[in-house]
Design a binder for this molecule. Structure first.
Ligand code: HPA
Length: 274
């Protein structure tokens, strides 16, 4: 075993200690932190105890996995992601996703904050990702050997999981029942986009833009996991409104909208057939 495989092996044993067998993993992005409270009977494992997981630099957010149940499912909820804009490489979550696969996880549910490219998805709304555009043209599989690296990205965001997610959100009723669907375009960041870039993305047929998610989707498909992704639209993208874009603004909008978003995600996970 090489060092990376040993790290995945050690991390898998830690996550599965005591006979745990998570079937669904949820990766929390900006603004989705309160979802961690949905986990019942949670045990918390810091990333620091999982050698295949990233070391996160952001102040106060060391990263942790919350193991427990949501509805009928054993889950692993990951708070903390390594972004490609931190290092210039897209493979920061490689060991973590491979550990989840080794631990028996069947579905990776990703969440993110994103900018909206359409007034049909105003700030505060949520969107199921139907597909993505990898505009960064970076891959977490650079340097990977073997024919499996030529992984198909058709239906990368599982159509059956999406249909079940729409049904679960509809069952919430009232104003919680509304969720959109669209294409997520990945820009590496960390700077926000220019208005000209946003006009280009609109021409390309994208509905949301963000700085995450795509690398983990590629890793998960490569590892044989099914993927679902939900975006929380925190702002109109650059040039589409008079708002000043900032990370603080992203977090402030997310905080206001997170109650509904978290209720939707909880219903989605509860209603899921992994
Ligand atoms: N652009 C990129 N990433 C984002 C945005 C945005 O407008 N909002 C939240 N994350």
């Amino acid at each position: 075993m090489n060092a990376a495989e040993t790290a995945i092996d050690t991390s898998t044993k830690r996550l599965c200690a005591g006979g745990r067998r998570p079937a669904v993993a949820v990766l929390l992005g900006s603004g989705w932190g309160p979802f961690a409270q949905a986990v019942q009977g949670a045990e918390v494992v810091p990333y620091a105890e999982l050698p295949a997981f990233p070391r996160l630099a952001v102040g106060g957010h060391a990263g942790e996995v919350r193991l427990g149940r949501i509805g009928r499912h054993e889950v692993a909820v990951l708070a903390g992601r390594k972004h490609a804009y931190e290092t210039g490489t897209a493979d920061g979550m490689k060991g973590a996703v491979r550990t989840l696969a080794r631990a028996g996880v069947k579905v990776l549910v990703q969440t993110n904050a994103a900018g909206s490219l359409t007034h049909a998805l105003p700030p505060g709304s949520t969107m199921l990702v139907s597909d993505h555009v990898n505009l960064a043209q970076a891959s977490p599989l650079f340097g990977e050997a073997g024919d499996e690296r030529f992984v198909s990205m058709v239906d990368a965001y599982d159509p059956a999981l999406r249909a079940a997610a729409h049904a679960a959100v509809a069952r919430l009723g009232g104003e919680r029942a509304s969720i959109g669907e669209g294409v997520y375009a990945w820009f590496m960041g960390p700077q926000f986009e220019t208005p000209a870039e946003i006009r280009m993305l609109q021409l390309l047929g994208a509905q949301a833009v963000g700085m995450s998610t795509v690398p983990e989707t590629i890793l998960a498909r490569h590892a044989g996991l099914r993927v679902l992704a939900v975006s929380l639209l925190t702002n109109m993208a650059a040039g589409l409104s008079g708002e000043q874009l900032s990370h603080a603004h992203t977090l402030a909008t997310a905080a206001k909208a997170s109650e509904r978003a978290v209720a939707q995600l909880t219903a989605i996970v509860e209603g899921m057939e992994p």
